[in-house]
Design a protein around this ligand. Structure first.
Ligand SMILES: NC(=O)C1=CN([C@@H]2O[C@H](COP(=O)(O)OP(=O)(O)OC[C@H]3O[C@@H](n4cnc5c(N)ncnc54)[C@H](OP(=O)(O)O)[C@@H]3O)[C@@H](O)[C@H]2O)C=CC1
Ligand SMILES: Nc1nc(=O)c2c([nH]1)NC[C@@H]1CN(c3ccc(C(=O)N[C@@H](CCC(=O)O)C(=O)O)cc3)C=[N+]21
Length: 294
């Protein structure tokens, strides 16, 4: 019934990040995020330009590097090496998916872990799994903040994550079952080989839908009063128009859910806000300047 307003929560985070940027600048550190694009996914360019606009809004330096899709993979690896070596760059994001002739794993392990604001480097993944995260991955971290904003404490609850990707499902599960604030849920991870998905989602107090299938989660799959987090971003044709829908059948499910995130305006803006958060955290740690993170 209640919509969780991702735009509003993200705006609060950005405002806190803007304060951090000021503090850092007063100490002589000009925090900067570098985005790198070598992708043929048509949405990637839009997402990267949104991230650059976000930088501008919080007064942070944004640097963008476009690598030609037809260039040899080495050109991307060299770009990452240059950004790693540049003391003026504090955070590096390589937009996923990269083109096919690039080795994604090599990209992930090439980014200096101290600048890996996505949290995808194996060292940072390891730290997250070990319960000592350096950078929490942006989407799951944003979802943790959305739950807190709606006064939903996962502790002791049944959480079901639909999807087991490295960028959403797996880190989300780790945060939900992990110790500490926003965690301590009893957590189930479902995927395409799960038998009887609905039997799992129906038991959940918290459902996180990240399967990448438009309007996949229907009202019969969630229990009355459950909290439903919709990660999906799917562009579909409806009534001859292109529209954005999530992985949850919002019209149906919002009647039944206790709280739900809309698409757009739910998880997406939070992903971008937590990227800015990780970037000021990175700058603060690289230069030993203390800041008060929002
Ligand atoms: N709002 C945001 O900020 C972000 C949104 N997204 C969106 O979230 C969605 C998921 O993204 P991502 O995790 O990268 O996607 P992936 O395609 O990498 O992963 C999808 C996952 O869903 C599982 N799955 C597929 N079909 C089913 C099914 N029928 N039943 C149960 N599980 C299924 C897959 O299982 P298996 O492993 O077996 O293949 C896989 O684990 C996409 O719509 C994406 O655009 C992504 C990142 C950020
Ligand atoms: N290295 C890397 N890091 C990522 O974090 C990453 C990535 N690669 N590749 C792709 C996915 C997807 N993703 C989104 C973030 C914000 C919105 C977002 O802000 N969406 C708006 C609407 C956008 C629109 O209108 O199209 C909303 O939901 O309100 C969407 C998608 C980050 N990803």
């Amino acid at each position: 019934m209640t919509d969780i307003d991702g735009n509003a929560v993200a705006a609060e985070i950005r405002s806190g990040v803007a304060d951090c940027v000021e503090t850092l600048q007063a100490e002589g550190v000009d925090p900067a995020l570098a985005t790198v694009l070598m992708s043929d996914d048509p949405a990637s360019e839009t997402y990267v330009s949104m991230k650059q606009n976000d930088c501008e809004e919080v007064g942070m330096r944004g640097i963008h590097v476009d690598v030609d899709n037809d260039a040899p993979a080495e050109e991307l690896y060299d770009t990452i090496d240059d950004l790693n070596a540049d003391d003026g760059v504090h955070g590096i994001l390589v937009q996923m998916p990269v083109v096919d002739h690039v080795d994604t794993r090599r990209v992930l392990r090439s980014v200096n872990p101290a600048k890996d604001v996505d949290g995808f480097h194996p060292e940072n993944v390891g730290r997250l799994v070990a319960g000592n995260p350096r950078f929490k991955p942006c989407t799951p971290h944003g979802i943790q903040r959305l739950l807190a904003s709606a006064d939903v404490d996962p502790e002791g609850k049944e959480a079901v994550v639909v999807g087991r990707s490295d960028i959403v499902g797996k880190p989300m599960a780790n945060l939900l079952f992990g110790r500490g604030e926003g965690g301590n849920a009893t957590t189930t991870v479902c995927h395409s080989r799960t038998d009887d998905l609905a039997s799992h989602t129906r038991r959940a107090d918290i459902v996180v839908a990240a399967a990448g299938i438009p309007e996949f989660i229907t009202a019969d799959m969630v229990s009355e009063g459950a909290t439903v987090i919709d990660v999906g971003i799917n562009r579909i044709e409806r009534d001859g128009e292109s529209t954005l829908v999530g992985d949850v059948d919002y019209d149906e499910v919002h009647e039944k859910a206790g709280a739900i995130t809309p698409v757009p305006g739910g998880v997406g803006p939070m992903t971008r806000a937590m990227l800015l958060y990780n970037t000021v955290k990175a700058a603060s740690e690289q230069h030993g300047v203390e800041i008060e993170l929002p």
